[in-house]
Design a protein. Sequence first.
Lengths: 177, 473
Amino acid sequence: MSWEDDLDRLVAERGSALVAYAYLLTGDMSAAEDLVQDGLVRTYTRRRPDDVTWVEAYVRRVILNTYLDAYRARRRFAAVTHLIATPEATDDELTAAGDRADVARALTVLSPRERACVVLRFFDDLTLPEIGRRLGVSPGAVKRYLSDARHKLEPLLGPQPGLSTEDVPTIARGAGR
Amino acid sequence: MNHDLESALGELADRAEQSHRLGRAPLPVARITARARTRRRTRAAVAIGGAAAAVVLVAGTAFAFLPDRTSPAPPAITPSPSVTRTTPAPSPTPTPTVAPVVLPVGNPALPFGVCGSLVTSPAADPVDDRVAARLAPDAGAMTSGGYLAVGGEVERSPELGSSLVLAVPDGGPRVAVVRDGVVVGTAGFYPGTYDAMSGRSGNQGETAWFRGALDLTVCDPADGGPATPGRPLPAGTYELRPWATVVTFDGDLPPELAQGTLTLAQTAALDGAARATALGAPATVTVTGEADEQLPAPGTDVPLDATTTADRPACDGPAPAAPVRTAMLDLQVTPQATTFAAGSPLLAAGTVQYTGPGRLRAYGYYAIEYWIVRDGIVVGTTVQANDAFSVVDLGAGAPLAFAEDERGLTSCISGVDQPLSDGNPLPAGVYQVYPGWIFSAPVVRLPSETVPLQDTSAGYAVTLGTPFTVTLT
């Protein structure tokens, strides 16, 4: 099977699931679709045909990196420019009621990395070290993002004990050797 | 009110998947395929070109190491007292005598970067152009015995190294100070003996931006040759060449690196590790005057104030006390105009400068934020969900400047612990605007210890500048 066939099959079987994953990150359906397209292009620029399940996991990682890349790209040497996360819209149809609505709205106050950490922790069910590896940051930084997320989400959603992270030394403290 | 994030996110994803499948156009697989196909062709072309370039590079490198039989031998580089002695004019008091400065002799056997090496000598480790050491002086001239404010970093090249897994020096780049082709001074943000490494991986590796005041003094030659180490460099023009020893990995970042406690040697001994050298574009600085001794470094004699902390302004809360130098950070802001139309942005330039001893390291937002007060109550802010959590590592005497940026003065969302803009422009009126710089997890690194300045569970910290009045018309 060619890589084109492989891509066809992945989109047909798992395209909507990938869009849903991207939606958790962006909070906007159109942006999620764009993100998935970019992620697929980046993946299949390099990949040879492979098992769909494995490729889907890979595409999810590319989607995550592509999502965060947009923000990293703004950080430039000596360019101390403001980084503003684009206010993320919520899709009314998707978030009409209940927890879904509250959570979708609450997620919009998070920065991209905070939001990514929350998704990786509560949707992908990853450990702190694994989240750190996915994002390319230390477990201490993950702890910091989740702690910041907690401070922002709790006033909107109530107590979030799941966002209490274990006592992982931060980079800053670890640097105090 | 208590929401289970795990089930809510799962439900949200299920609904999104269903909504996409039933209510949206399918993903344009033909267009995606075409884009990927174009990129694959481009990559193939680049790969072929790269292979050809590699052949040329190998040939060129081999040639460079062969004895040059056609060119005359380069002139020997000899130490030369570089101080220009002038006859002092007669005066009632004797002029202090400045002893001559002796600069290191160039030694072709030394690898580039060490004291006394030649700028043309290869570094100890092969150069990897996927990583760049960068240096940006604030000025092109300085007085002998003084300090030069610079910024610097060691990071992956955005074009070449976005997916590179590596470890970079936790203390930032080293600087080779070059005169007449010889490294006569070595400088850096941290002492040269500090060799802890910091991991970077994926597209999202953390970045660290350094600011500091460099002393340009004569270094101690690695070959024990003659020199006057520690003396300020004499008048003249010097090249500042940033460089760093980095370690690249051919797989994932080893978990041992995540804690940030390994030395260079320990890092280089990990599986899949390869040492490399990162280089960067040189900058030029002109030293003027003569000095017998180096001035004390900025902040050296200042006691650490670890307790002064500004309260974080709250929406609908009282006007904050300001200015307050949290973490000994002095914020200065100059607005371009203080009267403008409601809905128009505020334009202001600003700097934040660490004023204490040692070095301050924190996760900083790369912008100045504002809290807007009317009748003594916080009614607005510019703070938005923000992702500028880069590491900043600041030394005294080197302000971190913020680009003049347009900031909309908007009302804020009440009832949240960390106030955020609601995006609605404030109406016409007279306001007090409080500038602040947001950061988190600040620590001061002293030679003897590292002092945390904030309980990291408390969210972000803020240092506040002097408020100014803005009239929105």
